[in-house]
Ligand binder design. Structure first.
Ligand code: NAP
Length: 244
């Protein structure tokens, strides 16, 4: 039986754990071929091996989205292996220090904005010809609640997510006529390593798992959302919903 994403190619950054891993597994279950990246080779290879064992078509490449050369190599590897791209999920990000802006180290500011905002910009640019080769597609940028209403102590992370929301809207408007849709997703608090580092003392058992929040990603990646672009959706609203 054909899946929701059969015949589609999806590139997901930061796919070795947490939300990126869960989205990769969900897309693969629906028939997508996958290109995955993260900085550390070991965890990424373990995820790729697991998905391959389940019959997935997977390209896994260690790459740092904060490095322009890694981004170029990643897009080129996707071009060589698949020749086109239908879905790009800009998921990788860094939390950075949780300190007031007055005390925020400038070098951390630079690193967080480079990975969380410039990385998606550069990777999207590098992938545009592949998305066009597919005849259209879906770009999904992972935002955050603090990218819509900021709170003290969230520093460059919050600022980068505000930037990503703006990037989403500008790009959506520019690519609308080409059938390339661009949307943002706020996952909401989710049971991952990043969340545990951000909110100390929280009981992870009270949070949805990364697997539970995948329906919104399936929706945005698939034909079910063919008219949706320039939006910012909440993953929590989609928990338990079936798509397609
Ligand atoms: N969890 C939440 O509650 C929550 C809430 C709101 C928004 N978000 C957003 O959801 C997304 C996923 O978060 P998560 O909680 O799943 O995070 P996570 O558990 O920390 O996982 C992050 C993933 O990104 C990779 N990564 C980090 N920096 C990278 C870089 N420079 N280049 C390439 N890969 C990189 C990590 O692998 P390596 O370390 O090997 O690179 C890992 O695979 C992020 O955009 C985050 O801001 C999460």
């Amino acid at each position: 039986m054909a899946g929701l994403l059969t015949g589609r190619v999806a590139l997901i950054t930061g796919a070795s754990q947490g939300i990126g891993h869960a989205v990769a597994a969900a897309f693969s279950t629906e028939g997508a071929a996958l290109a995955l990246c993260a900085r550390r080779a070991g965890p990424l290879e373990r995820v790729a091996a697991m998905l391959l064992g389940q019959g997935a078509d997977v390209l896994a490449l260690p790459a740092d989205v904060g490095k322009a050369a890694d981004i170029a190599a990643l897009a080129e590897a996707v071009r060589r292996r698949f020749g086109r791209l239908h879905i790009l999920v800009n998921n990788a990000s860094l939390l950075g220090p949780m300190v007031p802006l007055a005390e925020y180290p400038p070098e951390d500011w630079e690193t967080v904005l480079t990975v969380n905002l410039t990385g998606p910009f550069l990777l999207t640019r590098a992938c545009l010809s592949l998305l066009r080769a597919a005849g259209g597609g879906s770009i999904i940028n992972i935002s955050s609640g603090v990218g819509r209403a900021a709170r003290k102590g969230w520093g460059a992370y919050a600022v980068s997510k505000f930037g990503l929301e703006g990037f989403t809207q500008v790009l959506a408007d520019e690519l609308r006529e080409e059938g390339i849709r661009v949307n943002a997703v706020n996952p909401g608090g989710t049971r991952t390593a990043m969340r545990a580092a951000a909110v100390l003392g929280e009981d992870p058992g009270t949070l949805p798992t990364p697997e539970a929040i995948t329906p919104v990603f399936l929706y945005l990646a698939s034909e079910a959302s063919r008219d949706v672009t320039g939006k910012s959706l909440d993953a929590r609203d989609w928990i338990g919903r079936s798509v397609g």
